[in-house]
Design a protein around this ligand. Structure first.
Ligand code: IPM
Ligand code: MG
Length: 366
């Protein structure tokens, strides 16, 4: 297989982690005889610094001309407390999602057994948790119009909009995913208050007749946030709107031990984008502290869902599993029982995964 990958490293720890995504893919290429080629493109604060634009047109065309996209993270703290900065790194990511039509954001909450102790939740609550989030990514309050501030600055407006078509296409993906799993679908909304949520619920109800085997539960967002930590095992596939999904998946990351462990896929009808769900973590940038595993696991997602390379994808997941079983941890997933010599930096963890991949692929009696 011959595939072209655009790498948008972005800001903060973005470069440190995407570098390990690239190395992982290069090794997959070597072990399985595929060819991956890479091109870098600008996004976020890095793009603003270089061009004044958080997503230059050149980046969009690079992405459109590639077979998959690997993204690091965007965002810098200087923008967060200065409302006078009108051009922001996050606008680059939102524009990218919209321009590529990436309306489905898939966020699997997978727990590696060894990390159950790293979660702030009790270990028995976490046994066998396996949740697949489907977050709508190009609509809702993130994109609705009108959105503005009045001239005197005293009033600000954002608008939550959903069309039937937008709900249907993400719901279809979620129903289809549920059919391949435990056939349970939770649809999360705020239909007791919001009109857009009432439409959301109506569409899900209508579609559920097409999937009689799927047990559908409608849950209000506030209750869902509570149920997620009370009894996460009850969830299989969860489908929800853009902002509710943003919030719930950050919450759910704590089930998996750390935000540093979770990969994600953003897909639409064309090229897909793969990225860790964590942010740019500028407080630890350049210190070799970032956990590269979410990015490495995003590569596993890319190989599986974009290229149909299931065996290659599994080698990566098994290598992460093996490295954790051998006791290796980055700082964010270490606990008081982790010996100091097993706490690794970004580079050492990355190297560890590569050698585990080699070990898994080398037949024992060759
Ligand atoms: C995410 C992030 C983004 C979002 C930000 C960086 C715009 O939090 O991917 O979850 O809110 O969608
Ligand atoms: Mg988020």
């Amino acid at each position: 297989m011959n595939k072209k990958i655009t790498v948008l490293a972005g800001d903060g720890i973005g470069r440190e982690v995407t570098q390990w995504g690239v190395k992982t893919l290069e090794l997959v290429g070597e072990l399985f005889n595929h060819q991956f080629t890479f091109q870098d493109a600008l996004i976020g604060h890095a793009a603003i610094e270089a061009t004044g634009n958080p997503l230059p047109d050149a980046s969009i065309s690079a992405c459109k001309a590639s077979d998959a996209i690997l993204l690091g993270a965007v965002g810098m703290p200087m923008y967060d407390n200065d409302p006078s900065l009108k051009i922001r790194p996050e606008q680059g990511l939102l524009k990218l999602r919209k321009s590529l039509g990436l309306y489905t954001n898939i966020r699997p909450i997978i727990i590696f057994k060894e990390l159950q102790g790293a979660s702030s939740l009790k270990s028995e609550v976490l046994d066998d948790v396996d949740i697949l989030f489907y977050r709508e990514l190009t609509g809702g309050i993130y994109f609705g119009a009108p959105r503005h501030r009045t001239d005197d600055g005293s009033k600000a407006i954002d608008t939550m909009v959903y069309t039937k078509m937008e709900v249907e296409r993400i719901a279809r993906k979620a129903f289809e995913a549920a059919m391949t799993r435990r056939k349970i679908l939770h649809s999360v909304d705020k239909a007791n208050v919001l009109e857009s949520s009432r439409l959301w619920r109506e569409v899900i109800q209508e579609m559920s007749t097409e999937y009689p085997e799927v047990r559908v539960h409608h849950m209000f967002i506030d209750n869902a946030a509570m149920q997620l930590i009370l009894n996460p095992r009850q969830f299989d596939v969860v489908v929800t709107g853009n902002m509710f999904g943003d919030i719930l998946t950050d919450e759910a990351s704590q089930i998996a031990g750390s935000l540093g462990m979770l990969p994600s896929a953003s897909v639409g009808d064309e090229v897909g984008l793969y990225e860790p769900i964590h942010g740019s973590a500028p407080d630890i940038m350049g210190q070799n502290k970032a956990n590269p595993l979410a990015t490495i696991l995003s590569i596993a997602l890319m190989l599986d869902s974009e290229f149909g390379l299931k065996e290659e994808s599994k080698v990566i997941i098994d290598a992460v599993d093996l490295s954790l079983k051998l006791g290796y941890r980055t700082g964010d997933i270490a606990d008081e029982t982790t010996p100091a010599d097993k706490i690794l930096g970004t580079k050492e963890m990355g190297d560890q995964i590569l050698s585990s991949m080699r070990a898994i692929c080398t037949p024992k009696y060759a």
